[in-house]
Design a protein around this ligand. Structure first.
Ligand code: FDA
Length: 451
């Protein structure tokens, strides 16, 4: 039986950062990853000679844990293409050009949007992203759906639909009736403010040369043979003296174990003794959202020639947001669009050809007929992968944050738990994975039984 200081289960960014920090501190670490690759929700693919980022890709300026790591790893970034006019597709399907952040809606609607943003910004400023349940009004905010909160605070339907888009479709990727106002505020607090969420030029500011998946690849490269692929951990036997991790016929002994897998996947692992019931309940109330990321490639970025940035928003469109996703330096053109929540449920049940036709029709609503005939069409597939299960991340159902939120980061004996899904700052983002990985490593190194 091999013996290590710490075994890390899961080679996403959280697990790899934890392992890298522990090994920098001199620990003997082993990372066990079930897939045949590292990176978890970060992965790049080549299609027709171009790089496509299938999972996470954008970096925003407030994400200083991630930008610090990018510097440390020597990875370069570039600005997302944004020159030109953006488009807003209204409920009648008409596309209108605009520049700046203000949507081209009626003056009353614009004023209602601004009032909602100001109100949400004020509430967000009161929320500690690491402890949203400590807000004096946390329970009330966690017991009302975000949909209801919007209805209670705004009479303008189009204003509500746009604010719902920024948090529901675009971030938590769930219908706004399925999560609480407090969960929406946590999403905003984790990004610094509500206004940040509505500012695409801020929240989707930069990309990494070679793709964001270069982060886990670089970390794994440094860890070398301390990362083992194809190791689906099925059981952890633990006591105060340490743990035995079971992978197939093998048993690996460690003083500490880090379970760096998304909360719903912790159930795939059998713990002996069983985890406290509160842990099981907490994770049963945290579920993945669903978004289908679709990328289409063209021989040229044709929209740029007609003064468009490629950015578009359409709260009533199947593809609710669209961006120019052309990698820096490429002469071809790429667009990315997202289909989320119940729309994703519906088109997910169609045949591939039917779904593609609907998706391209929606791209065309923004960018015209030329958008119907891409040379490359790539859909992300996270909902079909048992080792993820959805996208972008997980969030609580109504009331879950105040009832269970504090449990998710609690260690049990020698076992630590965490992914970006339990982050405060950087919640559901790679920045959060970097923070959670570093925090876990710190706790392991400073605990009483640290080697
Ligand atoms: P992650 O899920 O990546 O890693 C967990 C690992 O554990 C996986 O490798 C899995 O295979 C492994 N595992 C599970 N069970 C196991 C077991 N029993 N034994 C061994 N291994 C096991 N973020 C961002 O910052 N900017 C963005 O633009 C986006 N956009 C985006 C788009 C899409 C489509 C997705 C899916 C996600 C994003 N994100 C994002 C979110 C971001 O990708 C995500 O927050 C982090 O990559 C999560 O990293 P973690 O390491 O926390 O979990």
């Amino acid at each position: 039986m091999s013996v290590h200081d710490t075994v890390v289960v899961g080679a996403g960014v959280t697990g790899l950062v934890a392992a890298w920090r522990l090994s920098q501190a001199g620990q003997d670490v082993l990372v066990l990853e079930a897939r045949d690759r590292v990176g978890g929700r970060l992965r790049s693919e080549l299609h027709d000679g171009s790089l496509f980022e299938i999972g996470g890709q954008w970096v925003s300026p407030d994400q200083d844990a991630l930008t610090g790591l990018l510097d440390e790893l020597g990875l370069q970034t570039y600005l997302r293409h944004r020159e030109g006019a953006s488009l807003y597709v209204d409920s009648g399907g008409g596309a209108r050009r605009f520049t700046g952040e203000d949507l081209p809606v009626a003056a009353d609607t614009a004023a209602a949007i601004e009032r909602l943003i100001k109100g949400l910004d004020a509430l967000t400023a009161e929320i500690d992203p690491d402890r949203p349940w400590d807000h004096p009004d946390a329970e009330r905010l966690d017991h009302v759906t975000f949909q209801q909160w919007l209805q209670d605070n705004c009479d303008d339907v189009e204003a509500r639909d746009n604010i719902a888009l920024y948090v529901g479709q675009a971030m938590l990727t769930k219908p706004t009736w399925s999560f609480s106002a407090l969960q929406a505020l946590l999403m905003a607090a984790s990004a610094g403010s509500f206004r940040h969420l509505v500012d695409a030029d801020f929240i989707l500011d930069r990309r990494v040369v070679g793709g964001l998946a270069s982060v886990p690849l670089e970390l794994a490269g440094r860890l070398g043979d301390r990362v083992r692929l194809g190791q689906d951990v099925t059981a952890v036997d633990y006591s105060d003296e340490g743990a035995t991790v079971v992978v197939g016929p093998e048993r690996i002994r460690a003083r500490r174990v880090v379970i760096a897998v998304p909360p719903p996947l912790v159930r795939r692992i059998r713990f002996m003794p069983e985890l406290p019931a509160s842990h099981r309940h907490a994770r049963e109330h945290q579920s993945f959202g669903l978004v289908i990321k679709v990328q289409v490639g063209f021989t040229t970025p044709f929209w740029r020639e007609i003064g468009l940035s490629g950015t578009g928003f359409g709260p009533y469109q199947l593809v609710h947001e669209v961006y120019d996703n052309t990698p820096d330096g490429s002469t071809s053109g790429q667009l990315v669009g997202f289909i989320s929540g119940e729309d994703a449920d519906r088109v997910g049940a169609l045949s591939d050809d039917e779904r593609r036709a609907e998706v391209l029709e929606s791209f065309a609503a923004y960018l015209g007929e030329a958008a119907r005939t891409p040379v490359t069409y790539v859909e992300s597939d996270w909902q079909h992968q048992e080792l993820t299960g959805g996208a972008y991340g997980t969030s609580f159902d109504v009331g879950g944050l105040t009832r269970y939120g504090r449990v998710l980061r609690q260690p049990v004996g020698p076992i630590e738990f965490g992914t970006s899904d339990v982050a405060g700052l950087g919640f559901q983002h790679v920045d959060g994975a970097v923070r959670v990985g570093a925090e876990i490593a710190h706790r392991v190194l400073t605990s009483r039984d640290a080697p």
